[in-house]
Design a protein around this ligand. Sequence first.
Ligand code: TGC
Ligand code: FAD
Length: 394
Amino acid sequence: MDATPYVLSIDHLLSEEERLTWRASREFCERRIAPVIERHYEAATFPRELIPEFAEMGFLGSSIEGYGCAGMGPVAYGLTMIELERQDSGIRSFCSVQSALAMWPIFAYGTDEQKERWLPPMARGEKIGCFGLTEPNSGSDPGSMRTHAVQDGPGGDYILNGQKFWITNSPLADVCVVWAKTLDHGSEAPVIRGFLVERGMKGLQTPETKGKLSLRASVTGEIVLDDVRVPAANLLPKVRGLKGPLGCLTQARYGIGWGAVGAAMGVYERARSYTMERVQFGRPIAGFQLTQQKLVELHNEIVKGLLLAHHCGRLKETGSLNPIQVSMLKRDNVRMALTAARTARAMLGGNGIMGEYQIMRPLCNLETVFTYEGTHEIHTLAIGRALTGLSAFS
Ligand code: TGC
Ligand code: FAD
């Protein structure tokens, strides 16, 4: 009997252009990322040398129209996320942060001058961005942030003070999108605003966070702001309040919902190949009913995750995808991928813990993906609030 890794695909739901994007992304990621990723993960380094190639592939600011960006549709963008995360969540993280959390807020909330200045070099990978929302005492509840900005002097400069923590790409960044509370003219209470804090501004430091046992091929750091003077022209003028950063997160969470499927496909395909070759009790372990049950669970959940991502992508094309639907996509597909990685690890027995079999790395990475961009629990509560009208956050 012929064997096939997938009994249901989404190919017929894709346009020719989307299929080509998917194929080209897979070919690139297998050729350029796969050979080096294990080494970078072990050394806890990011493959910086690949940034110009990510730019050439259109992975930086992919869904933005103009400014040298690829202007991909939501489904094509999602397919690139699958292939990046099939190789490593940390590499997908780099592209997500640059695209959805640094370039997107400049595009959506910035002035024409800010867009002209930052977006073309960011699309070319010559300038790197990061997104500073989380603080040591403000994670799931970003509204409690302490970082603040006070206006000073005739030019209306802002003086920023505070500390951002767990910031992907901050040690590499030329520009940090920093969310801080400030008293707007006429407002009684401080309001959250976005600022472009540039490398070289006095009082800015971005030390690297060492010792991560997850997402090791991604650079994580802090943003320390000690009386940093930021010109008024660096304020993102078009948004006020928590909906500013949350709007960016909706873009990034959408990409993660696709990317997680790629991580799950990688571990499933490796587990399938391994169990078809590994012989115990005189036959391939894939021939045992309990192994087949695991393979079927992994396969079916991946197909459902892909269909959910595709459905959300088509909704996004029409502008009707809402943040709660994105919470569902991020929550359920990341949980599915983490469960798949744990199951696949067990299916490889002792070899499952070895780097060369490439199960333990995605498993460790997915522990971070489960937590960032809104933890699994926070998305559960967001969906619960939508279903009941009752908030269980506090
Ligand atoms: P809430 O009252 O619900 O909302 C405040 C305002 O924001 C609007 N809003 C959204 N807008 C766009 N997208 C969303 N997802 C939105 N969710 C809410 C909302 O309409 C409202 O607007 P307005 O006009 O009425 O003011 O706010 P809340 O205080 O109840 O908090 C909601 C909660 C807990 C869900 C939110 O705070 C949350 O999502 N917390 C999780 C924090 C988080 O996700 N942090 C991520 C940090 S960045 C990161 O992890 C990057 S990892 C990068 C990598 O890939 O490497
Ligand atoms: P906490 O908020 O302290 O949560 C701890 C636990 O309590 C979690 O299980 C949580 O679900 C649970 N919990 C909290 N509140 C509730 C509640 N009301 N009900 C039930 N359970 C609750 N942030 C950025 O701003 N930019 C970045 O680029 C970025 N990159 C990151 C990279 C990495 C590698 C990591 C690990 C994190 C990154 N983050 C980033 C931060 C990330 O978004 C936060 O870690 C996440 O939002 C959770 O915050 P916390 O770690 O403070 O956990």
